[in-house]
Every structure is written in structure tokens, then in C-alpha cells.
Design a protein around this ligand. Structure first.
Ligand SMILES: NC(=O)c1ccc[n+]([C@@H]2O[C@H](COP(=O)([O-])OP(=O)(O)OC[C@H]3O[C@@H](n4cnc5c(N)ncnc54)[C@H](OP(=O)(O)O)[C@@H]3O)[C@@H](O)[C@H]2O)c1
Length: 325
């Protein structure tokens, strides 16, 4: 029962990531102990590592999702059994072999879905779920725009938006990423490394602006994004891969056409177990039907997490990445 983990003792670049052996926790009342086989890599992990998002006091085990099998069951837990395959996303602490976690957060992995796929898709897929189904209820009558289309959330978002019948235009950095995103549901994809995206974005929508722009790139795309949203349309700022959106004059929203702006997060959209299970059920159902395909495009050993962070922040990855435990 050796428990290997990636911890940080300070904020900083990849060099703060330490591979260590830590005590294996005992599951408390209401918890299960999971022997993890795959940890999902997410951009949010880099925010916690750098200190852009604050963590609890050090030492801190990073990581926000994983999958594995139940190894031990704490007092008072019903409805779960030893050996059951499960996954979760939530509070920090998934970069390790053994994780004790409240059962409220634990989701059974359906038959036909591997632990690796579950770890690759849960946080990202639940994000696509709320963005497309709840932040704005997307349908075939909508034209929507999504930045970083070839990313982890992006490839799931494209397939789901296509399934909903929406016209979904995206951006991606480079020709290969554009082709990949197009193969995952995007109607058209603009290479925003090759030039400004605003003019092609409008041309691809017949000169019209979009109902919604989903922007997780932040600083670099903020201004252009506001220029392609139709009056009374919605700007969804859900990340900042290029840096935080700078402070702005709220009058800008008036000048751009009475725009709505929201800054959502996954956990506010899944505040209780019933909502979480419903959202995950929708995601796994689309995966089971083959409507959403999850490919793990990068795999790293847990000890090589520094390289994984470098690649993700350096725009070298596509789709989902997993740390193999
Ligand atoms: N609010 C929420 O609930 C929530 C939940 C999940 C994820 N997110 C956010 O959604 C975004 C995507 O997450 P993910 O884990 O799937 O990551 P990802 O999309 O796989 O990786 C980020 C992508 O952003 C693009 N990018 C543009 N400018 C960049 C820059 N200066 N530095 C680094 N990347 C840049 C890159 O794609 P190109 O090379 O194609 O530009 C890169 O591949 C992140 O911003 C994350 O924080 C938010």
C-alpha cells in the first residue's frame, strides 16, 4: 500500500512539483479509499501550482480528478463495494496512488468505459455539459464560438455541440490542431496563431455575430471575443490559459450591444450529488452511444508530471492527458 504523490511546498513553475511517498490515508466515516490507476490532467492544476488560484496550507497534493477501484470502505458507507470502479472530480488531492474521499463525490464508472477514459473525461466533460446545457441552452438554432477547440474541454465540447445541432466555430493554434478540432464536431476552425480571428469568425457566420462566445483563453482573446457577439448575446469567460482577463469598464458591455457576461465554474454548477450524478449520467450516456469519443492523446507516468505541466502550458497537447499511476 505504498502511496506515491506529487506535492508542492511552494508556488512556482514545474520545479516545485515533488514526487514523494506519503502515508496511505484511512478512510474516515462517509469516505472510501480509492486505489487510483489514472489521474486526469487539467489546466486548473497549473493555476494551483503557480499560485494563480490559492491552495490550502502547504504541503499540498495537487490534482482535481482521478479514477480507480475502491480499496477500503469507511464507516457508514452504503451502496459501494470493494473492487468497484469509480471516478471523481473535486477538491485538490488526486495526484497520488491512494485517495480517501467522501462518497458524495464518487461516481461509479459505467461498463464499457475504462478507468483511463473516466479520468480523462470527467472534469472536462462535466464542464462541456454545463456550458452547453445550462450556462446557455444550446440548440440547432444557435451559432456559437469556442476558443482552444483542440484542447481537453474543446474536443468534447465540439462533439457535444455538433450533437445538439449547433453551428460551432472554433479557434486553435496551428493547422494540425484546427484539423483535429474539425474532426471532433467543429463546423469550422480558425488558426488564431496565423492572424486575428475576428474577421474570419464573422465571415464564417455569413457576416453575422454569434449568440454565445465561450472563452477560456482570457487575456489574449477577450477583446476580439466581445467584437463577435451579437447584441444581447452572452460572453462566457470560463478560464484564462493566456492570463487573466484585464479589469474593464462595465460600460464596454453597453457599447458592444448590451452584452451579458458570466464567469462560471464547474463546482457551482454541481453543488449536490443529485445534480452531479445527472450531469455525469448525461456525459457517460453520450460516450456509451458513441456520440462523444474520448481519446487520451498524452500519457505520462505520475513521476513525470513536470513534463505534463510543461506540455499543457506550452500549448503542446491536444485533447485529454492522463497521468498513469
Ligand atoms: N470554469 C470551469 O468550470 C472550467 C472547467 C474546466 C476547464 N476550464 C478552463 O478551460 C480551459 C481549458 O482547460 P483544459 O484543461 O481542457 O486545457 P486545454 O484546452 O487542453 O489547454 C489549454 C489550451 O489553451 C490554448 N491557449 C491559448 N493561449 C494559450 C497560452 N498563452 N498558454 C497556454 N495555452 C494557451 C492552447 O490551445 P491552442 O494552442 O490551440 O491555442 C492550449 O492547448 C482552461 O483555461 C481551464 O482553466 C474551466
Amino acid at each position: 500500500m505504498e502511496n506515491k504523490a506529487i506535492i508542492i511546498n511552494s508556488y512556482g513553475d514545474e520545479s516545485v512539483l515533488e514526487y514523494q511517498t506519503i502515508p496511505t490515508p484511512k478512510p474516515k466515516s462517509g469516505q472510501v479509499l480509492i486505489k487510483q490507476s489514472a489521474v486526469g490532467l487539467n489546466f486548473i492544476d497549473t493555476y494551483f501550482r503557480s499560485g494563480f488560484y490559492p491552495t490550502p496550507p502547504f504541503p499540498v497534493v495537487l490534482g482535481a480528478e482521478a479514477a480507480g477501484v475502491i480499496a477500503e470502505i469507511g464507516e457508514g458507507v452504503t451502496g459501494f463495494e470493494i473492487g468497484q470502479r469509480v471516478c471523481y472530480t473535486g477538491g485538490l488531492g488526486s495526484y497520488c496512488t491512494y485517495r480517501a474521499i467522501n462518497v458524495d463525490e464518487v461516481i461509479p464508472i459505467p461498463d464499457g468505459v475504462s478507468e483511463e477514459v473516466a479520468a480523462a473525461c470527467l472534469l472536462k466533460g462535466l464542464t462541456a455539459q454545463y456550458l452547453l446545457r445550462r450556462t446557455f441552452k444550446v440548440g440547432s438554432e444557435h451559432s456559437i464560438f469556442y476558443h482552444a477547440a483542440a484542447g481537453g474541454v474543446g474536443l468534447i465540447f465540439g462533439q457535444w455541440a455538433h450533437h445538439l445541432g449547433a453551428k460551432v466555430i472554433g479557434t486553435a493554434g496551428g493547422k494540425e490542431k484546427c484539423a483535429l478540432a474539425k474532426a471532433h464536431g467543429f463546423t469550422e476552425v480558425i488558426d488564431y496563431k496565423a492572424g486575428d480571428f475576428v474577421k474570419p469568425a464573422l465571415e464564417l457566420n455569413g457576416g453575422k455575430k454569434y449568440d454565445v462566445v465561450y472563452d477560456s483563453v482570457g487575456k489574449d482573446t477577450f477583446e476580439g471575443s466581445l467584437n463577435i457577439i451579437k447584441p444581447l448575446g452572452l460572453f462566457v469567460s470560463f478560464g484564462q490559459s493566456s492570463g487573466a482577463v484585464p479589469p474593464f469598464d462595465i460600460g464596454l458591455l453597453n457599447r458592444k450591444g448590451s452584452l451579458f457576461v458570466t464567469r462560471p465554474n464547474l463546482f457551482a454548477y454541481n453543488p449536490d450529488r443529485a445534480t452531479l450524478l445527472e450531469s455525469a449520467g448525461e456525459l457517460f450516456d453520450l460516450i456509451a452511444k458513441g456520440i462523444i469519443k474520448i481519446e487520451v492523446n498524452q500519457k505520462y507516468a505520475l513521476k513525470d508530471v513536470a513534463q505534463a505541466h510543461k506540455d499543457l502550458a506550452g500549448r503542446k497537447t491536444t485533447g485529454a492527458s492522463v497521468l498513469v499511476v
